[in-house]
Design a protein around this ligand. Structure first.
Ligand code: DAH
Length: 338
């Protein structure tokens, strides 16, 4: 029996060492250790071994199994290594990986965030309001009479319910004053909607940034100083800015602000970027009426307000010739801001 076990072990080790792939190796394993494997059959015969030899034969069997199993494992590792190396032939693992293209923030997001950062530093807090508004918050409380052209169906998107898509973020001024008391210093970036003809400087959905400052002794120089500082921070100190007298129903006096837009290869031109002014006392009165108190006593508080076109700010900041580029999502355009 001893010779038989030795012969099986030698035969198995020879087969294992000769195996050229995992399949052949597995065949060798089954042939010796499988249910009908040579060693298994011999082990089954141990019951016929005389009692006094059983222990020694058992030890021999175990030793053979251990040696064979170890040889199988070792060979399997070696074969896997060879297979792995073969799979990599022709692949240069030192080649730089193909670049994954990384997205970037949209220029409108960039300019909005920068504008917010500057204004927050000056003490303005973020405020918010709905884009689907009612006529009271969008027009009436802002001292805009029923026959004002901005309220026309040709200019404003109305719902059957009588609600509308806000034509400006100025409605957030009203929403804020309804729930807060002076001093108030807020800004609100957001979308505004108009039935405008779309061209190089107009979109029917655009972004504005509203500002409102109400308190005691808020003056026109405060307004001018705040906005001039803001524009210089945003565009640099050499930016040309001009305030033009204008009319808005909710401010008195009112101004429009123009900034020079310089597009490469073209003569610089003024474009309007904001409306602003001193809050009209009629607005405070409308608020008091709606609040049913006198928190915004026009004898005690004054305020300034402004509404900027964020798309226009982006145009000036990066010399963008056509506002439509900001909504077309052309990757060749957007990539430049990565
Ligand atoms: N709401 C005006 C517009 O969209 C802009 C504006 C003008 C906002 C004067 C203001 C302001 O807050 O005081 O054209």
């Amino acid at each position: 029996m001893k010779e038989q076990i030795e012969a099986i072990q030698n035969e198995a080790l020879a087969q294992i060492s000769a195996a050229a792939d995992e399949r052949t190796l597995d065949d060798a394993r089954v042939a010796v250790l499988g249910k009908k494997g040579t060693l298994t059959l011999v082990a089954a015969g141990i019951k016929d071994v005389p009692k006094e030899d059983k222990a020694a034969v058992g030890q021999l069997l175990n030793a053979a199994r251990t040696v064979i199993t170890a040889a199988l494992e070792e060979k399997q590792i070696a074969l896997r290594e060879i297979a792995d190396r073969a799979a990599l032939v022709g692949i240069d693992v030192t080649l730089p990986a193909r670049q994954i293209s990384v997205g970037s923030l949209h220029p409108l997001t960039l300019i909005r965030d920068e504008a917010i950062r500057i204004l927050r530093r000056m003490g303005f807090a973020l405020a918010d309001g709905p884009e689907i508004e009612d006529e009271f918050h969008c027009f009436d409380a802002l001292n805009t009479p029923a026959d004002h052209p901005a309220r026309n169906e040709k200019d404003t998107f109305y719902f059957d319910s009588g609600k509308l898509l806000r034509t400006h973020t100025s409605s957030v001024q009203i929403r804020t004053m309804e729930t807060q008391t002076p001093p108030i210093r807020i800004i609100c970036p957001g979308s505004a909607y108009r039935r405008d003809e779309i061209d190089a400087t107009h979109l029917s959905v655009f972004s504005q940034l509203e500002g409102l400052y109400v308190g005691e002794n808020v003056s026109l120089p405060d307004l001018k100083g705040t906005l001039e500082y803001f524009l210089r921070e945003l565009f640099g100190t050499s930016t040309e800015v001009r305030f033009r007298p204008h009319f808005f129903p909710f401010t008195e006096p009112s101004f429009e602000i123009d900034v020079k837009l310089t597009v490469k290869g073209e003569a610089p031109k003024w474009i309007e970027i904001a409306g602003c002014g001193m809050v009209d006392p009629a607005v405070f009165e409308a608020i008091n009426k709606s609040r049913k108190d006198n928190a915004f006593d026009p004898e005690k508080v004054t305020g300034f307000a402004f509404g900027m076109g964020l798309d226009r700010l982006a145009m000036i900041r990066w010399g963008i010739k056509d506002i439509r580029l900001l909504i077309e999502n052309d990757a060749r355009f957007l990539k430049q801001f990565a």
